[in-house]
Design a protein around this ligand. Structure first.
Ligand code: F6R
Length: 360
């Protein structure tokens, strides 16, 4: 691992497939590049697992943590104004007290062993809510099978965060089945083809000055602060968590317009306390005042940020646009890991913490 100091030679390192593979024995880069295939496989899995339509007038709660919860948040962003019932994501030991037998609770846990999600599964049952599970197995799958709760089965062998496409599709499919949103099956299929083009444009075989590589080099040696707005809010959070878990370094995210009411003040002293960079995630459909705020905010912090990027979603439909910046952020995080000389796969601190809790 590098000592954290960024030299011109570190930043100039080639980000080729071979170079990255040396530090990425578990193939995190390959999992990011396979997002389009994951989307298609996920559609098939969700459709074959759930045959029944439930009309849950109180909406949908997606319960999960980390890489398993983000799919619910991204799905909600992709549905946007087309969501016809509340869709709520909970990352906690319990589900909202307003959950009733008319609520669908989707319990999402890649491992099926996450204690917060197991607790949500049980409290959803106690409240008489309808339940669905998306997992590879574990205690969650065992309980669901014993209770006759439908299970959307996931392929094993990924880091949970690499199964993001599966988690998005599962949330969208369950939202459609319980009447919380329209069915997006064909849009997801089209989005997978769109994503294939972006994989070529931003992937490791693209030129060294292509966008994802350029952003990773710009963020190297800095603490990135990612700003989202509306549709890009959960994507900003995805960037933050992917940079934390893949590149093993601090990164924070916030949202506009809220950050203009507090964080912008903090930027004044940024250069005195550290090397911060900024990434603004824009969308063609963002509120016009939010776009103006992004322009002014970027100009105002420019002198205090080591680097600043304004990146816009690509694509027509909301699901295409969401997935475009998820792909870009995931690639940036793996490239950043390579530039920093760290293996993006293992999450030792997460594992250690879970093991310590299991002893109590
Ligand atoms: C690890 C990761 C984590 C997990 C989280 C919950 O790659 O992304 O954020 O997703 O610790 O575990 P699961 O997903 O197994 O419920």
């Amino acid at each position: 691992m590098s000592d954290g100091s960024v030299t011109a030679s570190t930043a100039a390192q080639e980000l080729s497939r071979e170079q990255i593979a040396r530090l990425d024995p578990s193939g995190q880069l390959g999992d990011v590049l396979a997002l389009p295939e994951h989307l298609r496989d996920a559609l098939w899995r969700a459709e074959s697992a759930i045959m029944q339509d439930w009309d849950t007038s109180a909406g949908l709660v997606v319960a999960g943590m980390g890489g398993s919860a983000i799919g619910g948040a991204l799905a909600r962003a992709a549905l946007g104004d087309h969501a016809s019932r509340p869709i709520f994501v909970t990352r906690a030991y319990g589900i909202p007290t307003w959950t009733t037998p008319d609520t669908m609770v989707l319990c999402a846990s890649y491992s099926g062993e996450t204690e917060e999600t197991l607790a949500c599964y049980e409290s959803a049952g106690a409240l008489g809510a309808k339940r669905t599970v998306v997992t590879t197995g574990g205690r969650l799958a065992e309980m669901a099978r014993a209770d006759g709760v439908p299970v959307i089965p996931l392929p094993a062998g990924f880091q949970p965060r690499a199964a993001v496409a599966y988690m998005i599709v599962a949330s969208l499919e369950v939202a459609a089945l319980c009447g919380a949103g329209p069915r997006l099956t064909s849009e997801i299929d089209v989005a997978a083809s769109h994503l294939e083009q972006l994989v070529t444009e931003w992937g490791p075989d693209a030129p060294e000055d292509s966008l994802a590589k350029e952003v990773a080099r710009g963020l190297l040696g800095t603490i990135p602060v990612i700003a989202g707005a509306g549709l890009t809010n959960p994507i900003a959070y995805r960037w933050k968590t992917q940079i934390n878990e893949n590149a093993k370094q601090p990164c924070f995210s916030n949202e506009l317009p809220e950050l203009d009411h507090n964080e912008i003040e903090g930027w004044q002293g940024a250069h005195e306390v550290g090397r911060f960079s900024a990434v603004f995630l824009d969308d063609s459909d963002a509120h016009p005042r939010v776009k103006q705020r992004m322009d002014i905010t970027e100009q105002m912090i420019a002198g205090n940020a080591v680097a600043s990027f304004r990146l816009e979603t690509r694509g027509q439909t909301a699901i295409e646009r969401v997935l475009s910046l998820v792909l870009l952020g995931d690639l940036v995080s793996v490239y950043l890991a390579a530039l920093r000389g760290v293996d993006p796969g293992p999450v030792k601190a997460l594992d250690e913490l879970k093991a310590a809790l299991a002893e109590l």
